[in-house]
Design a protein around this ligand. Structure first.
Ligand SMILES: [Zn+2]
Length: 336
């Protein structure tokens, strides 16, 4: 047990006080908050000694717990939001219509008032931000316009990211059925399939990738009873394509793990910066399927040849343009 040498503020004796933990409940701004406090205890009179350093530590714990319980934004969070928007403390204060001293205090760890917290939280809301930008005067017209333009850019980028992550989220929420290959979409597994293909398939053009995914999922359903990615496929002009393919690829290739390499042909090849595929996310049978499909795809000399083969598959011709293709037709796969 740790001890501190100090003077007891009750019996006024010089003592070696032992540090003890106290489970304590506080009422802070009407909310009950429980924390484990640490205090030195006087061995002479049993008093909890109110030493400043411990009082400060316990206060910090209390504020942090309160912040979490009430979802008040913390200092680091406020600074991160401000920096993301490219605003100084002064500009953020102007934007929110509050004093710059308040922003400084909040970023330093003080608890924001409920009203200020509500405004700070709204920095994540593009509608609110745009309105405030319009209503705020940021110095000269030139300075004002430059600031508005740069914040606007951030908002737009955020909105795009949000809509992409929404797609992935919505896909993961779907109940597995005959159109998902009886498997729920799993973003992590999908990402690793992309990594595997990027590492092992020659010249992975977008078209080639979508055919590879189709053959992977449908052959896995036929051979293992479920798809690998949980993707749905629909009938496009020529052959089957993953549902929301462009958005999906955009969502994943925005990540650092991937990049596209421009070709002289004008096409783009998907490449990965990762050098290991996350094989532990897949069963041995699934890994076998990945390797079989890769070997199959690499047998075709061009993306067009592979496309042609997929266009001869009967299962997609039976559905209308735009309709989802049932995995139940997987038994009729011809090429693989
Ligand atoms: Zn004492």
């Amino acid at each position: 047990m740790k001890r501190v040498h100090t003077v007891c503020d009750e019996c006024m004796q010089s003592v070696d006080a032992q540090l003890e933990e106290f489970y304590t409940t506080h009422l802070l701004r009407g909310t009950e908050i429980s924390i484990v406090e640490t205090w030195p205890v006087c061995p002479q009179c049993g008093n909890k000694i109110g030493l400043g350093t411990y009082a400060n530590e316990n206060d910090k714990l209390l504020y942090e717990a309160y912040r979490k319980a009430t979802h008040l934004p913390g200092g680091d969070e406020i600074r991160a939001m401000r920096e993301k928007l490219g605003l100084s403390q002064k500009k953020l204060a102007d934007l929110l219509g509050i004093g710059v001293a308040s922003i400084q205090r909040y970023e330093g760890g003080s608890l924001p008032t409920e009203a200020h917290a509500a405004m700070i939280r709204q920095l994540n809301d593009p509608v609110f931000l745009r309105q405030r930008l319009q209503d705020t005067n940021f110095g000269s017209a030139k300075e004002h316009d430059a600031l508005v333009a740069s914040v606007e850019q951030t908002i737009t980028r955020e909105e795009e990211d949000a809509s992409l992550s929404r797609i992935v989220f919505m896909m993961a929420q779907r109940t597995p059925d005959e159109y998902t290959g009886e498997k729920a979409f799993n973003a992590e597994r999908f990402r690793e399939v992309l990594v595997y293909f990027a590492l092992n398939i020659r010249e992975l053009y977008r078209t080639k990738l979508n055919k590879a995914l189709f053959y992977l999922d449908f052959s896995a359903f036929r051979d293992l009873g479920h798809s690998i990615t949980g993707l749905r496929y629909a009938r496009a002009d020529f052959g089957p394509v993953p549902d929301k393919y462009e958005q999906l690829i955009a969502a994943f290739t925005n990540e650092d793990a991937f990049y596209f390499e421009e070709q002289d042909t004008g096409g783009q090849i998907l490449c990965t910066r990762k050098n290991e595929f996350g094989w532990w996310l897949f069963s041995p049978e699934e890994r076998e399927q990945l390797s079989k499909v890769t070997e199959f795809v690499n047998r075709f000399s061009t993306a067009t040849a592979l496309s042609d083969a997929s266009h001869k598959e009967p299962l997609w011709k039976q559905v209308e343009f735009g309709d989802l293709i049932s995995y139940k037709g997987a038994s009729t796969l011809k090429a693989l």
